[in-house]
Design a binder for this molecule. Structure first.
Ligand code: HEC
Length: 177
């Protein structure tokens, strides 16, 4: 009886233990305060440099400097083929066409004034950021733009895998002509 009253006052214990062999795990349990490590955290940080399965790091930041660098340094790692172009087109229609237009002329179905100034991929106008025209944008520029977005265009790094972004780049290249 005494044990029973005591057991109800402390919510962190199972109360009176009749056969305690299996009550206490010898392993450190996740998210409990532990005295195994000096900082008392039982859930440890992953080793630095760890990347989630299936994730490929992109070594360029969301800055104009890295945008220009990506344009200079990167080439499309995916070999061009009709099938890749088809896949790129499908992804473009899904993720880009409502703003950029099916033909890439900047005339998508979205008419909100916020998106009234979408450049055509085949424009000859010099872009402030890259110092080249839309027509001359390199695969690395386009990949960076898809990844991080620009002003009214949002980033797509969490929605579209790197592989799929490069497929879209192949397709956008055809719209630049
Ligand atoms: C919500 C509308 C929207 C969507 C969706 C969108 N864009 Fe854009 N995009 C814009 C706007 C607006 C700009 C012009 C940004 C500026 O210059 O301020 C732009 C600019 C660009 C540029 C030029 C960037 C530069 O370097 O100057 C590229 C390339 C581009 N978009 C590609 C894409 C691709 C590829 C997709 C699909 C994965 C996409 N965009 C999806 C609105 C969109």
């Amino acid at each position: 009886m005494f044990f029973c009253i005591l057991s109800c006052t402390d919510k962190n214990t199972a109360g009176y233990e009749y056969m305690p062999d299996m009550y206490h795990s010898t392993a450190v349990e996740t998210y409990v305060v532990s005295n195994v490590f000096n900082d008392s955290l039982s859930a440890r940080q992953p080793v630095s440099g760890t990347i989630p399965r299936g994730f490929m790091p992109f070594e360029y930041d969301n800055s104009t400097e890295d945008y220009i660098k990506a344009g200079k340094e990167l080439s499309n790692p995916i070999e061009l083929s009709n099938q890749i172009l088809d896949e790129g087109e499908g992804l473009y229609v899904m993720f880009c066409a409502h703003c950029h237009g099916k033909k890439g002329d900047g005339k998508g179905s979205i008419t909100h004034p916020l998106y009234s100034n979408i450049p055509s991929y085949s424009d000859d106008i010099l872009m402030r950021r890259s110092g080249v025209t839309m027509k001359e944008l390199r695969p690395g520029h386009i990949f960076h733009a898809i990844t991080y977005g620009l002003n009214a265009m949002g980033p797509h790094l969490t929605q579209i895998s790197q592989e799929d972004r490069w497929k879209i780049v192949h397709y956008v290249n055809t719209l630049q002509k």
